[in-house]
Design a protein around this ligand. Structure first.
Ligand code: GLY
Length: 425
């Protein structure tokens, strides 16, 4: 295969992790990131682009002579940016607008899962305040379940979800979404530990990556509101190989096949969020892209060449790619968040100690004087790798200990329950 020039779209720690893994692929000769952040500027040519504009991304891909475009976030995918890149004759890793509805439209995802015979939470969409109270009575403790699960029916970067046993809190969240003109999705509560399984997919061909678990609540012990993700680890010592293979066979493959059957063929990264319930695995959600922050942990363990893998998926060669190779280690990533995140974050502070390959950047910018300054809620994602989870945790928290950002916070328990063998299915 000829050397590749790769353009990555996005600006988070997920995209920084993609760049670090792509950089290890001997066939990747040049990396471009748009728009990127202060950390990605050190490993790739940095360009400006409106990531929501298909014509703009396609024009940039032509300008930098990209052989492959990798689209990180869901918003451009749901808007059809991958279609525009492919229409310009450039290989693109990321699903079409049509297939990205698996994340962008919860109603579409539920319909696909029903047709594929895949277990998922019972759900109802509420789009009128007049229907809310009666609908709430059909879920949560009123229906014998542990909690209400109230979601924004659109894209909400993980922050549109409230899971609570308190009817007033569930109602307030739903009413707030309806007031803002967003339909509400009520779902039955799925018990059991959750996991994220990323699969590289091209039509019917499904290649799973290592399973991971993320931590969505802001505080230790899963306290406080949901965030975009405060940390993750991989692989999962509590999930057998057979159980992971079962999720691929019974959940991901049937959904990929159903998407092909209905003419919405998926090519890209299909992310299954799965709850290992007392009655078997059930889907919490599907996403149409790499998860953040799980990607930071998963890719730290990948030995196979990522550029060649994504190029194969984008050009019809995935079925010939062969089995993936992984480091026989564990990885943990811990997010350093700005003061007040997930509310309106404090920004503009100088960060000290954010250098090195273990520190992936998200909400950072380079100031004119060269200082690295915070510019978003999730600021950094620190990665530790070790022989086991305890060693990986120790490595991640050691690195975090040397970083200074006024008012910042992080969870201290990422991967802890798994390291102490306290997770049971
Ligand atoms: N880890 C959650 C997400 O990427 O949506």
């Amino acid at each position: 295969m000829a050397p590749m020039r790769v353009l990555v779209i996005g600006s988070g720690a997920r995209e920084h992790a993609l760049l670090m893994a792509l950089r290890n692929d001997p066939k990747v000769e040049h990396l471009v990131i748009a728009p990127g952040n202060a950390g990605t500027a050190a490993v790739a040519e940095q360009r400006e682009v409106d990531i929501t504009s298909g014509p703009a991304v396609a024009a940039l891909a032509r300008d930098v002579a990209a052989d492959l475009v990798v689209i990180g976030p869901e918003v451009p995918l749901v808007l059809g940016v991958a279609d525009a890149v492919r229409a310009a004759g450039i290989a693109c890793f990321g699903p079409s607008r049509d297939a990205a509805r698996i994340e962008g439209s919860k109603a579409f995802a539920k319909d696909v899962m029903a047709a594929a015979g895949v277990r998922t939470a019972r759900s109802e969409i509420v789009d009128s305040p007049a229907d809310l109270d009666a609908a709430l009575s059909r879920f949560g403790p009123d229906a014998g379940e542990a909690a209400w699960v109230v979601k924004d029916d659109g894209l909400a970067a993980g922050k549109g979800v409230v899971v609570t046993p308190d009817r007033a809190a569930a109602r307030a969240h739903a009413a707030g979404l309806l007031d803002a003109g967003h339909p509400v999705l009520l779902e039955s509560f799925l018990d059991g530990p959750e996991l994220s399984l990323f699969c590289v997919v091209d039509g019917d061909t499904v290649v799973p990556l290592l399973p991971a678990q993320d931590f969505k609540r802001v505080g230790d012990g899963d306290a406080g509101p949901n965030t975009g993700g405060m940390g993750a680890y991989a692989p999962l010592p509590w999930l057998s190989r057979e159980a992971a293979a079962g999720i691929v066979a019974d959940i991901v493959k049937p959904v990929a096949a159903e998407l092909v059957r209905r003419g919405s063929r998926f090519a890209g990264l299909l992310y299954a969020g799965v709850a290992m319930t007392s009655t078997g695995p059930a889907v919490v959600e599907f996403n149409c892209r790499f998860g953040d922050p799980e990607t930071q942990a998963v890719l730290a363990l990948l030995e196979s060449p990522l550029g060649q893998l994504l190029h194969a998926a984008a050009t019809g060669g995935l079925s010939e790619f062969g089995a993936l190779r992984w480091r026989d280690s564990s990885a943990v990533t811990v997010v350093l968040a700005a003061e007040n995140y997930p509310g309106r974050p404090r920004v503009g502070d100088v960060i000290v100690g954010a250098e090195g390959e273990a520190v992936l950047h998200a909400g950072t910018v380079l100031r004119e004087d060269g200082a690295v300054v915070s510019s978003g809620g999730r600021v950094l994602s620190v990665v530790g790798v070790g022989d086991d989870l305890a060693a990986a945790r120790a490595a991640a928290y050691r690195t975090l200990g040397s970083i200074r950002l006024p008012g910042s916070h992080f969870r201290t328990d990422i991967g802890l329950a798994a390291a102490e063998d306290k997770i049971r299915i």
